[in-house]
Write a protein that binds this ligand. Sequence first.
Ligand SMILES: N[C@@H](CCC(=O)N[C@@H](CS)C(=O)NCC(=O)O)C(=O)O
Length: 231
Amino acid sequence: MIDLHTWPTPNGFKVSIMLEEVGLPYTVIPVDIQAGDQFEPEFLKISPNNKMPAIVDRDGPGGEPYSVFESGAILLYLAEKTGRFLPTEPAGHYMAIQWLMFQMGNIGPMLGQAHHFRHYAPEKLPYAIERYTREAGRLYGVLDRRLGEVEYLAGDYSIADMANMPWLRSHEKQGQDLADFPNVKRWYDALGARPAVQRGLEVLADQRKDPAKMDDKARSVMFGDEQYKSR
Ligand SMILES: N[C@@H](CCC(=O)N[C@@H](CS)C(=O)NCC(=O)O)C(=O)O
């Protein structure tokens, strides 16, 4: 049994999609990041960077409970635990890891900044909006070129696709139009048609709050003073 500490965000959905794909039983433990659950001492023991998602595998290495934070590490852990969605032959294996790292180092941080400056920032800063919207568009272009050559990012469907796809759901909020990226759109629609992906995207979906309606307390927890209290 896996405990999944999560909230309905792209990083959380990566892991719920994988758990649905492999069919491992899991319990969802909500981490309300607008209420500050990520700073609870018990949560920090399993996720020291105060971010969801995190998992605890009750049947970890040696049969002992084992916790994992960072969604990319969680996807690798689950892929290796189950022997699914990560090729074992070296060329495919490292291809999947490359596109997983591409997501962790680029798609997540840059699309996240585009979303932040376009929608969350109290001040509309043209420099930041232009910089991150342009970078988001460049990254969509990288994905589009890759997906013009292969059906899935690593050839076969893998954790690399599961990591990238949830981030593209907010393409409008990131200032992007999928019509400009036809190969991305083909892949995005194919993933969205998978029942396991649909179930993974439903996890805690009813808890999703409109960022435009974030109150001062939530803003402080997410972006303000509360962030620095756990130091
Ligand atoms: N690199 C991390 C990023 C996780 C992350 O950014 N989580 C955000 C929500 S999507 C979070 O928990 N934010 C709460 C906070 O920073 O206090 C991962 O991929 O797991």
